[in-house]
Design a protein around this ligand. Structure first.
Ligand SMILES: [Zn+2]
Length: 473
């Protein structure tokens, strides 16, 4: 029988970082005192009316354009009815059958051109976030076992864009890479912080499996609210394994909503999955349709740059997939481009920008590319510590590579080094005798002494050669 093939679609929620909420003028804040960012509209007092946030609509369109979507001439807000303590109106206002953005594609690069994937974007629509429920007294902040629950309405009404992919993702690793690139996309658009640990980027995954060669889809289960890239991948892997085991033991997968616990690795049911019929959607009577004019769409299109996927494909040619992917998903590839344009060797530039600068927490935008290119060019003529120290300062105002290079030039004057080496040999007769008697490992001891004597500024290559020659003689 054919092997099993995972079929994965993602639903991603992105909180927009507008100044105010979606339908009222309460300011957004994170980690503010509870219930201090509320008003009659977002608390659903009788008679309060929603007024849409224009910027949120513009930014939704910007996201849609970046995802290659068609922008609807007419989108409609609807009421999604359900009863839950975090939803004071008893319904959520959300675009439903006529969303602002439909039918996009997202380039997900692979290790080479054969591995490139086009992931369908079914829709991206605008809605309002629910309030935040805090469960007290239970394990891990979950409702099960909690003594009581509190509701913080500060988050309620935050503009939220939901992005839905087609069932095109074929592994947990693809899901993780898609999510990382999508995150980078919305961050670069300037519309969201998209931080999973803060909940401003949230991901649900619809997972099913089928035999390779099957054309239809089997029953899917939905994994809710995984809050790190790693947990998304781990949760999907665990769900794939669970479903395969069910089928192989003769069972049937049920349509349900599941919770993945990253500490135990266990998957537990939350509830049986609702169908859209259960929500009794109908058009929101208090809001007019969203009908963006051509100028507004054009203005948003002008804010969309080269996509992260396209940049990985472009850089992959020169520096390989891993380095290209690392640079782009960390938002450091623009500095890399500028440093290479200033004449640096591409592989060395990728390594320095990805590793040393990141470790030293140097902000890419603060770096003068020409100065960094000079430093990279001089990297083999500088002692390692001096190079690392100079790289750590590469973002300082007025940083000059020439000063750092001149101040740390390696001593490779053989005559000067020879005198130092002779003095060290004379001072350590015991070690010299032992070395000459066959303990060749002592070479490192002598080299170390010379490096110490020169304050680390000697060229290790030259010192090695000189010490070896002196001890042989
Ligand atoms: Zn409000």
């Amino acid at each position: 029988m054919n092997a099993w093939e995972p079929v994965i679609g993602l639903e991603i929620h992105v909180q927009l970082k507008t100044r105010t909420k979606m339908f009222c003028r309460c300011e957004l804040g994170w980690a503010e005192e509870e219930n201090t960012r509320t008003c009659p509209v977002c608390l659903a007092h009788p008679g309060a009316l929603p007024v849409p946030n224009r910027r949120a609509i513009e930014w939704t369109i910007r996201i849609g354009l970046a995802l290659g979507c068609t922008i609807a001439d007419r989108a409609i807000f609807a009421r999604k009815n359900y009863f839950y303590p975090d939803l004071p109106k008893g319904y959520q206002i959300s675009q439903f059958d006529l969303p602002s953005c439909v039918d996009g594609t997202f380039l997900l690069p692979g290790a080479d051109a054969d591995g490139d994937r086009e992931i369908a974007i079914v829709r991206a629509h605008l809605e309002e976030d629910a309030a935040k429920t805090v469960h007290v007294g239970g394990a891990g902040g979950r409702i099960h076992g909690a003594e009581r629950s509190l509701v913080d309405f500060n988050r309620g009404g935050t503009p939220l864009v939901e992005i839905v992919t087609g069932p095109d993702i074929r592994s947990a690793d693809e899901a993780r890479r898609f999510l990382q690139l999508l995150r980078q996309t919305v961050v670069e658009l300037g519309v969201s912080d998209a931080e999973m640990e803060k909940g401003s980027l949230r991901c649900d995954a619809n997972v099913s499996v089928r035999r390779v060669g099957e054309t239809g889809f089997r029953t899917k289960a939905e994994l809710k609210n995984m809050n790190s890239f790693k947990f998304v991948a781990d949760g999907i892997d665990a769900e794939i394994a669970r479903q395969i085991e069910i089928y192989e033991s003769g069972g049937e997968v049920r349509q349900e909503t599941l919770h993945y616990d990253p500490t135990s690795g266990r998957i537990t049911p939350l509830r049986s999955k609702e169908d859209s019929d259960d929500y009794r959607y109908f058009p929101e009577p208090d809001l007019v349709p969203v009908e963006p004019d051509a100028a507004m769409v054009a203005a948003q299109r002008a804010e969309v740059g080269e996509s992260p996927g396209a940049r990985i494909v472009r850089l992959r040619e020169t520096i390989g997939f891993a380095a290209a992917s690392g640079l782009v998903t960390s938002g450091r590839d623009r500095l890399y481009d500028r440093v290479v344009a200033a004449g640096a060797d591409p592989r060395a530039a990728a390594n320095v920008v990805m590793n040393q600068l990141a470790q030293a927490d140097v902000a890419p935008d603060a770096v003068d590319p020409a100065e960094l290119a000079k430093l990279i060019e001089a990297r083999d003529r500088m002692p390692r510590e001096a190079l690392l120290a100079a790289l750590a300062r590469a973002g300082d105002p007025g940083f000059r590579a020439d000063d750092a290079i001149a101040g740390s030039a390696l001593v490779d004057d053989s005559a000067a080094l020879a005198a130092i080496i002779d003095a060290i040999i004379a001072a350590n007769p015991g070690q010299v005798a032992a070395y000459r008697g066959g303990k060749e490992g002592l070479l490192g001891f002598f080299v170390g002494q010379v490096m110490k004597e020169t304050g680390g500024k000697a060229s290790p290559k030259v010192v090695n050669e000189l010490v070896r020659a002196r001890l042989a003689g």
